[in-house]
Ligand binder design. Structure first.
Ligand SMILES: NC(=O)c1ccc[n+]([C@@H]2O[C@H](COP(=O)([O-])OP(=O)(O)OC[C@H]3O[C@@H](n4cnc5c(N)ncnc54)[C@H](OP(=O)(O)O)[C@@H]3O)[C@@H](O)[C@H]2O)c1
Length: 387
């Protein structure tokens, strides 16, 4: 029996996750179909993607970039929309079954929120959605009967491993971290790392923001917070272990002491596909694991001293409320400052810590409060960048 076609809106299609998603869709033998694509400013690439995937619509969020672009090669049957507001309307359309949310940063929240409000299945790569507004987002999903499926490889691994027991039997989850490009660096060496060094990740090919987050280990901090809301865990049920080979993507320890892990080579196509085809497993274009070739799987404790972002992640997961929105926005602005050469690598975490400490904490914020704090935290970081 052939599988029914699942119609996917790919938000952030021109990014690293977006491109991998289109590869997964292309190799799905017609069981997955891209009905909508969105980009920010890379309009020429968006047009090329539209030529090969023939979606119903495309969105270019950046109005100025869209106005500069020559759209003459966009297929005539593909509707073009300009500006981020269009995403909210389009993901709610009847033709959309699944929204693959792969916009980077808290800019991804609005599309993910609209998808959940419309009761769509949300395949979530944009971890910033849950970091910024975890309790509100999970409550909305429950109210609308919408499912959130993780795309982040660690959370996909946890989601897969959790199927080995009951939720009530989960003792803790163990997030693995590659350790990033500066795993062995001393404090002194970290002071002088360059943009290029920070962008070159040893095991994963990713967009610039998440690459810097991996280098500071803020990515793992954000993942701790993401896991807390996605799986309804307490902060002290989430541990981190450094695993430089990025083969074991995370683990779940059950009440009896059994630890269940998910293993595969570091390639996002597998977790993307699992989120798009769940609960089915199908042949995937990602490389397969070959344990007959010589390899080592090693594990070591993380260094909370050299990578202070990790402790912030645990603290914010404990606090909940407005803390996630503030940490996330502060970090986005600090990373942008580092990429622009205005902030040193070792200033990113202290700047975030200072903004976090200075904010008026509210344990039960509204979405409007969260969005206001997102703006405020960026303005606070601007003071560091300009100092
Ligand atoms: N890359 C990975 O391996 C990986 C793994 C796990 C989770 N994630 C998460 O997945 C998300 C995407 O990561 P990525 O590495 O794919 O990022 P990326 O390569 O930088 O791509 C980001 C995408 O978002 C679009 N975008 C950027 N700013 C936007 C805005 N203001 N409004 C609308 N669209 C915007 C970009 O459009 P343009 O191309 O036009 O700029 C691009 O399509 C992040 O939340 C990241 O944490 C990534």
């Amino acid at each position: 029996m052939s599988s029914p076609v699942s119609h996917v809106a790919v938000l952030g299609s021109t990014g690293s996750i977006g491109r991998s998603t289109l590869e997964v869709i292309a190799s799905s033998a017609g069981t997955l179909k891209a009905v909508g694509l969105s980009a920010n400013s890379r309009c020429a690439e968006l047009i090329q993607q539209a030529q090969s995937t023939q979606p119903a619509w495309v969105v270019a969020a950046d109005v100025e970039a869209a106005e500069r672009c020559d759209w003459s090669q966009l297929p005539a049957n593909v509707k073009r929309h300009i500006g981020i507001d269009a995403i909210e309307d389009l993901v709610t359309g009847d033709e959309v079954d699944v929204v693959l949310a792969a916009i980077v940063g808290s800019a991804g929240l609005r599309g993910a929120w609209a998808a959940l409000e419309a009761g769509k299945t949300l395949a979530l790569a944009n971890k910033e959605t849950l970091v910024t507004a975890g309790p509100l987002v999970t409550k909305l999903a429950a109210q609308r009967g919408a499912t959130i499926l993780p795309v982040d490889s660690e959370h996909s691994a946890i989601f897969q491993a959790m199927q080995a027991g009951r939720r009530s039997e989960v003792r803790r989850v163990i997030l693995t971290a590659s350790g990033g490009p500066f795993r062995g660096h001393t404090h002194a060496q970290l002071q002088s790392v360059t943009r290029e060094e920070a962008l070159s990740h040893p095991t994963w090919e990713m967009g610039p923001k998440i690459s810097i987050d991996s280098a500071t280990m803020m990515n793992k901090a954000l993942e701790i917070i993401e896991a807390r809301w996605l799986f309804g865990l307490e902060a002290d049920q989430i541990d981190v272990v450094v695993h430089p080979q990025s083969i074991v993507h995370s683990m779940v320890e059950f009440a009896d002491g059994s630890v269940i892990a998910q293993l595969s080579p570091p390639d996002m196509k597998l977790p993307i596909q699992y989120a798009l085809t769940w609960p089915e497993r199908r042949a995937c274009p990602a490389p397969r694991l070959d344990l007959t070739t010589a390899m080592q799987l090693t594990f070591e404790p993380p260094d909370f001293d050299r990578f202070p972002a990790l402790a912030m992640g645990l603290e914010v997961a404990r606090l909940g409320g407005t803390a996630g929105a503030v940490l996330n926005a502060a970090n986005e602005a600090a990373v942008a400052g580092f990429l622009d050469g205005q902030l040193a690598f070792t200033e990113i975490a202290p700047a975030c810590q200072a903004v976090l400490q200075n904010h008026h904490f509210d344990p039960h914020p509204t979405l409007e409060q969260v969005l206001r704090l997102d703006v405020w935290a960026r303005q606070e970081i601007a003071k560091w960048v300009c100092a």
